[in-house]
Write a protein that binds this ligand. Sequence first.
Ligand SMILES: Cc1ncc(C[n+]2csc(CCOP(=O)(O)OP(=O)(O)O)c2C)c(N)n1
Length: 381
Amino acid sequence: MGEKKWAEVRPREDYFRILNPDGSVEGTVPEVSRQELLRWYEVLVETRTFEAMVLRLQRRGVLSVAASSRGEEASGLGAAAALQVGDWLFPAYRQLSAVLYWNAPVDRIMAGLMGNTPEHIREHLPLPPEVPPGVNILPYPVFLGAYVPLAVGCALADKLNGRKHVSLAFVGEGSTSEGDFHDGLNFAGVLESPCVIIVQNNQWSISVPASRQTAAATFAQKAVAYGLPHERVDGNDIFAVYDTVKKAVDRARAGGGATVIETVTYRILDHNSADASAAYRTEDEAEYWKTLDPVERFEKYLFNQGILDQATKTAMEERAEKRLREEIERGRAVPPTPADNMFLHHLQGEAGWSTQHQRDELACELAGGNPFLDMTGEGMQ
Ligand SMILES: Cc1ncc(C[n+]2csc(CCOP(=O)(O)OP(=O)(O)O)c2C)c(N)n1
Protein backbone atom coordinates (compact mmCIF):
# COMPACT_ATOMS: atom_id res chain seq x y z
CA MET A 1 0.00 0.00 0.00
CA GLY A 2 3.03 2.26 0.38
CA GLU A 3 3.77 4.74 3.11
CA LYS A 4 0.79 6.63 4.50
CA LYS A 5 1.69 10.27 4.80
CA TRP A 6 -0.07 12.23 7.52
CA ALA A 7 0.97 15.55 5.95
CA GLU A 8 -0.89 14.64 2.77
CA VAL A 9 -4.20 15.00 4.50
CA ARG A 10 -3.56 18.14 6.55
CA PRO A 11 -4.75 20.96 4.31
CA ARG A 12 -3.54 24.52 4.73
CA GLU A 13 -5.60 26.00 7.53
CA ASP A 14 -5.58 29.56 6.21
CA TYR A 15 -9.26 29.44 5.34
CA PHE A 16 -12.07 31.71 6.52
CA ARG A 17 -13.37 30.79 9.96
CA ILE A 18 -15.79 32.37 12.42
CA LEU A 19 -16.60 29.54 14.85
CA ASN A 20 -13.57 28.00 16.53
CA PRO A 21 -13.44 24.32 17.51
CA ASP A 22 -13.87 25.28 21.20
CA GLY A 23 -17.16 27.08 20.43
CA SER A 24 -15.71 30.59 20.71
CA VAL A 25 -16.07 33.01 17.79
CA GLU A 26 -13.81 35.40 15.93
CA GLY A 27 -15.04 38.21 13.70
CA THR A 28 -18.72 38.80 13.05
CA VAL A 29 -21.30 36.07 13.55
CA PRO A 30 -23.92 36.23 10.75
CA GLU A 31 -27.34 37.52 11.75
CA VAL A 32 -29.48 34.45 12.28
CA SER A 33 -32.47 34.22 14.65
CA ARG A 34 -32.36 31.96 17.73
CA GLN A 35 -35.21 29.94 16.24
CA GLU A 36 -33.25 29.39 13.02
CA LEU A 37 -30.12 28.38 14.95
CA LEU A 38 -32.15 25.77 16.82
CA ARG A 39 -33.56 24.55 13.51
CA TRP A 40 -29.98 24.12 12.23
CA TYR A 41 -29.08 22.14 15.31
CA GLU A 42 -32.13 19.92 14.95
CA VAL A 43 -31.23 19.19 11.31
CA LEU A 44 -27.73 18.19 12.42
CA VAL A 45 -29.21 15.84 15.02
CA GLU A 46 -31.56 14.37 12.40
CA THR A 47 -28.74 13.91 9.91
CA ARG A 48 -26.56 11.99 12.37
CA THR A 49 -29.49 9.92 13.59
CA PHE A 50 -30.70 9.01 10.11
CA GLU A 51 -27.25 8.09 8.82
CA ALA A 52 -26.54 5.93 11.89
CA MET A 53 -29.86 4.12 11.38
CA VAL A 54 -29.17 3.61 7.68
CA LEU A 55 -25.70 2.18 8.35
CA ARG A 56 -27.22 -0.28 10.83
CA LEU A 57 -29.80 -1.31 8.24
CA GLN A 58 -27.06 -1.81 5.68
CA ARG A 59 -25.23 -4.11 8.12
CA ARG A 60 -28.43 -6.13 8.47
CA GLY A 61 -28.71 -6.54 4.72
CA VAL A 62 -31.67 -4.20 4.20
CA LEU A 63 -29.61 -1.93 1.93
CA SER A 64 -26.81 -2.91 -0.40
CA VAL A 65 -24.67 0.15 0.28
CA ALA A 66 -24.78 3.26 2.48
CA ALA A 67 -22.65 6.41 2.60
CA SER A 68 -22.20 8.79 5.52
CA SER A 69 -21.49 12.51 5.77
CA ARG A 70 -20.26 12.28 9.37
CA GLY A 71 -18.00 15.23 10.14
CA GLU A 72 -19.08 17.09 6.98
CA GLU A 73 -22.62 18.05 7.96
CA ALA A 74 -22.01 21.79 8.38
CA SER A 75 -20.98 22.20 4.76
CA GLY A 76 -24.27 20.99 3.30
CA LEU A 77 -26.46 22.62 5.93
CA GLY A 78 -24.75 26.02 6.05
CA ALA A 79 -24.93 26.30 2.27
CA ALA A 80 -28.54 25.10 1.94
CA ALA A 81 -29.70 27.50 4.66
CA ALA A 82 -28.55 30.39 2.45
CA LEU A 83 -31.11 29.50 -0.25
CA GLN A 84 -34.63 30.86 -0.63
CA VAL A 85 -37.92 29.30 -1.66
CA GLY A 86 -37.89 28.66 -5.43
CA ASP A 87 -34.11 28.15 -5.65
CA TRP A 88 -32.54 24.92 -6.90
CA LEU A 89 -30.47 22.44 -4.90
CA PHE A 90 -28.20 19.93 -6.68
CA PRO A 91 -26.76 17.75 -3.89
CA ALA A 92 -24.32 14.84 -4.02
CA TYR A 93 -24.56 11.89 -1.60
CA ARG A 94 -22.79 13.78 1.23
CA GLN A 95 -25.31 16.54 1.72
CA LEU A 96 -28.11 14.83 3.60
CA SER A 97 -28.19 17.82 5.98
CA ALA A 98 -28.97 20.11 3.03
CA VAL A 99 -31.96 18.10 1.86
CA LEU A 100 -33.29 17.53 5.39
CA TYR A 101 -33.10 21.28 6.01
CA TRP A 102 -35.47 21.74 3.07
CA ASN A 103 -37.83 19.04 4.38
CA ALA A 104 -37.11 16.28 1.87
CA PRO A 105 -39.46 13.39 2.78
CA VAL A 106 -37.43 10.75 4.64
CA ASP A 107 -39.76 7.88 3.74
CA ARG A 108 -39.12 8.55 0.04
CA ILE A 109 -35.38 8.92 0.62
CA MET A 110 -35.41 5.53 2.32
CA ALA A 111 -37.41 3.90 -0.48
CA GLY A 112 -34.94 5.39 -2.96
CA LEU A 113 -31.93 4.06 -1.03
CA MET A 114 -33.50 0.63 -1.33
CA GLY A 115 -33.25 0.88 -5.11
CA ASN A 116 -36.79 1.82 -6.05
CA THR A 117 -37.49 3.99 -9.08
CA PRO A 118 -39.10 7.44 -8.68
CA GLU A 119 -42.23 6.33 -10.57
CA HIS A 120 -42.65 3.34 -8.26
CA ILE A 121 -42.09 5.42 -5.11
CA ARG A 122 -44.62 8.01 -6.31
CA GLU A 123 -47.17 5.25 -6.78
CA HIS A 124 -46.69 3.75 -3.31
CA LEU A 125 -45.95 6.88 -1.30
CA PRO A 126 -48.09 9.65 -2.75
CA LEU A 127 -47.06 13.15 -1.73
CA PRO A 128 -49.34 14.86 0.78
CA PRO A 129 -51.84 17.18 -0.97
CA GLU A 130 -50.31 20.30 0.59
CA VAL A 131 -46.55 20.49 0.16
CA PRO A 132 -45.13 23.64 1.77
CA PRO A 133 -43.18 25.80 -0.67
CA GLY A 134 -39.46 25.09 -0.63
CA VAL A 135 -36.49 24.74 -2.93
CA ASN A 136 -36.40 22.33 -5.87
CA ILE A 137 -34.26 19.36 -4.86
CA LEU A 138 -32.76 17.01 -7.42
CA PRO A 139 -31.92 13.40 -6.55
CA TYR A 140 -28.17 12.98 -6.35
CA PRO A 141 -26.40 11.81 -9.49
CA VAL A 142 -24.17 8.76 -9.73
CA PHE A 143 -21.99 10.44 -12.35
CA LEU A 144 -19.48 12.58 -10.52
CA GLY A 145 -19.38 16.20 -11.61
CA ALA A 146 -22.45 15.84 -13.82
CA TYR A 147 -24.46 18.32 -11.80
CA VAL A 148 -22.11 21.23 -12.39
CA PRO A 149 -23.14 21.91 -16.00
CA LEU A 150 -26.76 21.06 -15.14
CA ALA A 151 -26.85 23.58 -12.29
CA VAL A 152 -25.16 26.19 -14.46
CA GLY A 153 -27.75 25.62 -17.20
CA CYS A 154 -30.66 25.54 -14.77
CA ALA A 155 -29.58 28.88 -13.31
CA LEU A 156 -29.16 30.28 -16.79
CA ALA A 157 -32.72 29.23 -17.68
CA ASP A 158 -34.00 31.14 -14.64
CA LYS A 159 -31.97 34.17 -15.64
CA LEU A 160 -33.16 34.14 -19.25
CA ASN A 161 -36.76 33.85 -18.08
CA GLY A 162 -36.43 36.74 -15.67
CA ARG A 163 -36.81 34.57 -12.55
CA LYS A 164 -34.63 35.61 -9.63
CA HIS A 165 -33.68 32.09 -8.57
CA VAL A 166 -30.25 30.69 -7.79
CA SER A 167 -28.90 27.17 -8.30
CA LEU A 168 -26.58 25.61 -5.72
CA ALA A 169 -24.53 22.51 -6.63
CA PHE A 170 -22.15 20.35 -4.61
CA VAL A 171 -19.20 18.26 -5.76
CA GLY A 172 -16.45 16.48 -3.87
CA GLU A 173 -12.85 17.61 -4.41
CA GLY A 174 -12.19 14.41 -6.40
CA SER A 175 -14.97 15.38 -8.80
CA THR A 176 -13.13 18.58 -9.73
CA SER A 177 -10.90 16.32 -11.86
CA GLU A 178 -13.89 15.51 -14.06
CA GLY A 179 -14.36 17.28 -17.40
CA ASP A 180 -17.93 18.20 -16.49
CA PHE A 181 -16.68 20.38 -13.65
CA HIS A 182 -14.54 22.40 -16.04
CA ASP A 183 -17.17 22.56 -18.82
CA GLY A 184 -19.69 23.85 -16.28
CA LEU A 185 -17.40 26.47 -14.78
CA ASN A 186 -16.44 27.74 -18.20
CA PHE A 187 -20.09 28.28 -19.14
CA ALA A 188 -20.82 29.78 -15.72
CA GLY A 189 -18.11 32.38 -16.24
CA VAL A 190 -18.88 33.27 -19.85
CA LEU A 191 -22.68 33.32 -19.46
CA GLU A 192 -22.72 34.82 -15.94
CA SER A 193 -25.00 32.11 -14.66
CA PRO A 194 -26.58 32.81 -11.23
CA CYS A 195 -25.23 29.75 -9.45
CA VAL A 196 -22.95 28.73 -6.59
CA ILE A 197 -20.71 25.67 -6.87
CA ILE A 198 -19.52 24.16 -3.59
CA VAL A 199 -16.43 21.95 -3.67
CA GLN A 200 -16.78 19.94 -0.47
CA ASN A 201 -13.17 18.99 0.12
CA ASN A 202 -13.23 16.07 2.55
CA GLN A 203 -9.59 15.18 1.77
CA TRP A 204 -10.30 11.77 0.26
CA SER A 205 -11.78 10.55 -3.00
CA ILE A 206 -12.26 6.95 -1.92
CA SER A 207 -8.53 6.05 -1.45
CA VAL A 208 -7.01 9.03 -3.28
CA PRO A 209 -5.88 11.85 -0.95
CA ALA A 210 -6.50 15.46 -1.96
CA SER A 211 -2.75 15.98 -2.35
CA ARG A 212 -2.71 13.44 -5.19
CA GLN A 213 -5.89 14.75 -6.77
CA THR A 214 -4.39 18.05 -7.89
CA ALA A 215 -1.10 19.92 -8.03
CA ALA A 216 -2.98 23.18 -7.38
CA ALA A 217 -2.53 24.74 -3.93
CA THR A 218 -6.29 24.76 -3.31
CA PHE A 219 -9.42 23.49 -5.05
CA ALA A 220 -11.00 26.94 -4.87
CA GLN A 221 -8.35 28.40 -7.14
CA LYS A 222 -9.50 26.22 -10.04
CA ALA A 223 -12.13 28.96 -10.47
CA VAL A 224 -9.46 31.48 -11.48
CA ALA A 225 -9.08 29.91 -14.93
CA TYR A 226 -12.78 30.59 -15.61
CA GLY A 227 -12.82 34.16 -14.35
CA LEU A 228 -14.98 33.28 -11.37
CA PRO A 229 -14.73 34.61 -7.82
CA HIS A 230 -13.76 31.93 -5.32
CA GLU A 231 -13.64 31.47 -1.56
CA ARG A 232 -12.12 28.88 0.74
CA VAL A 233 -13.74 28.35 4.12
CA ASP A 234 -13.60 26.07 7.15
CA GLY A 235 -16.23 23.53 6.12
CA ASN A 236 -16.71 22.44 9.74
CA ASP A 237 -17.76 25.95 10.74
CA ILE A 238 -21.43 26.42 9.95
CA PHE A 239 -21.21 30.21 10.34
CA ALA A 240 -18.32 30.56 7.88
CA VAL A 241 -20.11 28.35 5.34
CA TYR A 242 -23.46 30.13 5.73
CA ASP A 243 -21.95 33.62 5.66
CA THR A 244 -19.86 32.94 2.55
CA VAL A 245 -22.56 31.09 0.62
CA LYS A 246 -25.20 33.70 1.56
CA LYS A 247 -23.05 36.48 0.09
CA ALA A 248 -22.46 34.42 -3.07
CA VAL A 249 -26.18 33.58 -3.39
CA ASP A 250 -27.17 37.21 -2.88
CA ARG A 251 -24.64 38.32 -5.49
CA ALA A 252 -25.88 35.72 -7.98
CA ARG A 253 -29.49 36.79 -7.39
CA ALA A 254 -28.55 40.42 -7.98
CA GLY A 255 -27.02 39.57 -11.37
CA GLY A 256 -23.39 39.23 -10.26
CA GLY A 257 -22.86 35.72 -11.65
CA ALA A 258 -21.39 32.51 -10.24
CA THR A 259 -19.02 31.76 -7.34
CA VAL A 260 -16.96 28.70 -6.46
CA ILE A 261 -16.58 27.93 -2.74
CA GLU A 262 -14.28 25.26 -1.31
CA THR A 263 -15.43 23.99 2.08
CA VAL A 264 -12.52 22.26 3.81
CA THR A 265 -13.63 19.30 5.88
CA TYR A 266 -12.83 15.61 6.42
CA ARG A 267 -14.51 12.29 5.71
CA ILE A 268 -14.51 10.71 9.19
CA LEU A 269 -15.86 7.30 8.12
CA ASP A 270 -15.20 5.01 5.17
CA HIS A 271 -16.11 6.21 1.67
CA ASN A 272 -19.20 4.04 2.02
CA SER A 273 -20.13 0.71 3.55
CA ALA A 274 -18.31 -1.12 0.73
CA ASP A 275 -14.98 0.55 1.60
CA ALA A 276 -12.35 -0.16 4.28
CA SER A 277 -10.30 2.99 4.80
CA ALA A 278 -7.95 1.29 7.27
CA ALA A 279 -6.28 -0.14 4.17
CA TYR A 280 -5.06 3.26 2.99
CA ARG A 281 -5.05 5.77 5.86
CA THR A 282 -4.13 5.95 9.52
CA GLU A 283 -6.59 6.32 12.36
CA ASP A 284 -4.80 9.28 13.93
CA GLU A 285 -5.97 11.41 11.01
CA ALA A 286 -9.61 10.88 11.88
CA GLU A 287 -8.77 11.41 15.57
CA TYR A 288 -7.33 14.82 14.71
CA TRP A 289 -10.37 15.79 12.65
CA LYS A 290 -12.75 14.67 15.37
CA THR A 291 -11.38 17.55 17.46
CA LEU A 292 -12.71 19.87 14.73
CA ASP A 293 -16.15 18.26 14.67
CA PRO A 294 -18.78 20.63 13.19
CA VAL A 295 -21.69 19.50 15.34
CA GLU A 296 -19.90 19.57 18.70
CA ARG A 297 -18.46 22.95 17.84
CA PHE A 298 -21.87 24.44 17.05
CA GLU A 299 -23.39 22.76 20.10
CA LYS A 300 -20.77 24.35 22.37
CA TYR A 301 -21.59 27.74 20.88
CA LEU A 302 -25.34 27.27 21.43
CA PHE A 303 -24.79 26.16 25.03
CA ASN A 304 -22.40 29.09 25.70
CA GLN A 305 -24.96 31.54 24.33
CA GLY A 306 -27.80 30.03 26.36
CA ILE A 307 -29.68 29.15 23.17
CA LEU A 308 -29.62 25.39 23.78
CA ASP A 309 -29.91 23.51 27.08
CA GLN A 310 -29.68 19.84 27.95
CA ALA A 311 -33.46 19.34 28.16
CA THR A 312 -34.05 20.82 24.67
CA LYS A 313 -31.19 18.75 23.26
CA THR A 314 -32.57 15.51 24.73
CA ALA A 315 -36.08 16.34 23.49
CA MET A 316 -34.73 16.97 19.97
CA GLU A 317 -32.81 13.70 19.97
CA GLU A 318 -35.87 11.76 21.09
CA ARG A 319 -38.09 13.49 18.53
CA ALA A 320 -35.60 12.78 15.73
CA GLU A 321 -35.30 9.12 16.73
CA LYS A 322 -39.08 8.63 16.78
CA ARG A 323 -39.87 10.56 13.59
CA LEU A 324 -37.06 8.98 11.57
CA ARG A 325 -37.88 5.48 12.75
CA GLU A 326 -41.49 5.92 11.60
CA GLU A 327 -40.52 7.43 8.25
CA ILE A 328 -37.90 4.76 7.60
CA GLU A 329 -40.48 2.06 8.31
CA ARG A 330 -42.88 3.71 5.83
CA GLY A 331 -40.12 3.78 3.21
CA ARG A 332 -39.19 0.16 3.87
CA ALA A 333 -42.80 -0.91 3.40
CA VAL A 334 -42.70 0.06 -0.29
CA PRO A 335 -42.61 -3.22 -2.23
CA PRO A 336 -39.51 -3.57 -4.42
CA THR A 337 -39.72 -2.12 -7.90
CA PRO A 338 -39.98 -5.02 -10.38
CA ALA A 339 -36.45 -5.54 -11.74
CA ASP A 340 -37.73 -5.52 -15.32
CA ASN A 341 -38.72 -1.86 -14.87
CA MET A 342 -35.14 -0.85 -15.49
CA PHE A 343 -35.77 -1.55 -19.17
CA LEU A 344 -38.91 0.58 -19.38
CA HIS A 345 -38.17 4.25 -19.05
CA HIS A 346 -34.94 5.15 -20.74
CA LEU A 347 -35.29 3.79 -24.23
CA GLN A 348 -36.57 5.51 -27.29
CA GLY A 349 -38.43 3.38 -29.80
CA GLU A 350 -37.78 -0.37 -29.95
CA ALA A 351 -35.15 -1.95 -27.72
CA GLY A 352 -32.09 -3.14 -29.67
CA TRP A 353 -31.04 -6.82 -29.69
CA SER A 354 -28.46 -6.33 -26.96
CA THR A 355 -30.95 -4.74 -24.59
CA GLN A 356 -33.55 -7.36 -25.40
CA HIS A 357 -30.95 -10.04 -24.72
CA GLN A 358 -30.17 -8.60 -21.31
CA ARG A 359 -33.88 -8.37 -20.56
CA ASP A 360 -34.36 -12.02 -21.48
CA GLU A 361 -31.37 -13.02 -19.35
CA LEU A 362 -32.84 -11.20 -16.36
CA ALA A 363 -36.24 -12.84 -16.87
CA CYS A 364 -34.52 -16.23 -17.04
CA GLU A 365 -32.59 -15.59 -13.84
CA LEU A 366 -35.68 -14.31 -11.98
CA ALA A 367 -37.52 -17.47 -13.05
CA GLY A 368 -34.80 -19.58 -11.39
CA GLY A 369 -32.83 -20.44 -14.53
CA ASN A 370 -29.15 -19.88 -15.23
CA PRO A 371 -28.92 -17.16 -17.87
CA PHE A 372 -25.28 -17.95 -18.63
CA LEU A 373 -26.16 -21.47 -19.73
CA ASP A 374 -29.54 -20.88 -21.25
CA MET A 375 -29.06 -17.53 -22.90
CA THR A 376 -25.87 -17.75 -24.89
CA GLY A 377 -27.15 -15.26 -27.41
CA GLU A 378 -26.25 -17.58 -30.25
CA GLY A 379 -28.03 -16.69 -33.42
CA MET A 380 -28.91 -13.22 -32.18
CA GLN A 381 -27.98 -10.45 -34.63
C1 LIG B 1 -17.85 9.78 -13.56
C2 LIG B 1 -17.63 8.87 -12.38
N1 LIG B 1 -16.43 8.29 -12.21
C3 LIG B 1 -16.21 7.45 -11.17
C4 LIG B 1 -17.22 7.19 -10.26
C5 LIG B 1 -16.97 6.21 -9.09
N2 LIG B 1 -16.88 6.99 -7.83
C6 LIG B 1 -17.95 7.09 -7.02
S1 LIG B 1 -17.63 8.06 -5.67
C7 LIG B 1 -16.04 8.33 -6.16
C8 LIG B 1 -15.13 9.22 -5.35
C9 LIG B 1 -15.63 10.65 -5.30
O1 LIG B 1 -14.76 11.47 -4.56
P1 LIG B 1 -15.14 12.97 -4.28
O2 LIG B 1 -15.60 13.67 -5.51
O3 LIG B 1 -13.98 13.61 -3.58
O4 LIG B 1 -16.40 12.89 -3.29
P2 LIG B 1 -16.53 12.16 -1.87
O5 LIG B 1 -16.97 10.76 -2.13
O6 LIG B 1 -15.21 12.22 -1.20
O7 LIG B 1 -17.58 12.93 -1.16
C10 LIG B 1 -15.76 7.64 -7.37
C11 LIG B 1 -14.46 7.68 -8.06
C12 LIG B 1 -18.48 7.80 -10.50
N3 LIG B 1 -19.52 7.61 -9.66
N4 LIG B 1 -18.65 8.64 -11.54
